[in-house]
Design a protein around this ligand. Structure first.
Ligand code: SF4
Length: 162
């Protein structure tokens, strides 16, 4: 039984899709220093959670961002990068700033989704302090409402270079 299974595997050979071409490296010296792998702290600064669903997919078994060296961690002290979603609400602005300050250098901030980039559909809302770049420096932006998992994985690959 085991032998016939092994023979079948040998006959079938490799069936996986070939690896995609290497990503374009994102600009900035901090990005160059992170090449290879990146530990990521996700911060929801006021998202509707649509972006979180897509981040979940990006790290799920289909898109599997971890195979490119991207990994989610639970604390900013263990992170190289912040993955920020949503417009920054007034009650999250200080928390985002403190999370940024708690992340060791070199560090990168990735703004995920249209709300993170320019407040999106929440622009002008009384509860919104601004876009992510209004609170902390942003290195990489991912557009979309929400962005597709492929776009999130591509942006993370631009950090790891894998
Ligand atoms: S970009 Fe779209 S999906 Fe993401 S938080 Fe804003 S409204 Fe929600």
């Amino acid at each position: 039984m085991v032998l016939s299974l092994w023979r079948k595997i040998r006959r079938t050979g490799r069936v996986a899709e070939p690896a995609p071409p290497p990503p374009d490296a994102a600009a900035g010296p901090a990005v160059a220093e992170l090449a290879g792998s990146v530990q990521i702290r996700h911060v929801d600064a006021g998202s509707c959670n649509g972006c979180e669903v897509e981040i979940g997919s990006a790290f799920g078994p289909v898109y599997d961002a971890e195979r490119y060296g991207a990994r989610l961690v639970a604390a900013p002290r263990h992170a190289d990068a912040l993955l920020v979603t949503g417009p920054v609400t007034r009650n999250m602005a200080v928390a985002l700033r403190r999370t940024y300050e708690a992340t060791p250098e070199p560090k990168v901030v990735v703004a995920v989704g249209d709300c993170a980039r320019d407040c999106g559909v929440f622009a002008g809302s009384y509860g919104v302090a601004g876009a992510v770049r209004d609170v902390v420096p942003v290195d990489v932006e991912i557009s979309g409402c929400p962005p597709r998992p492929e776009a999130i994985v591509a942006a993370l690959r631009s950090l790891t270079g894998r």
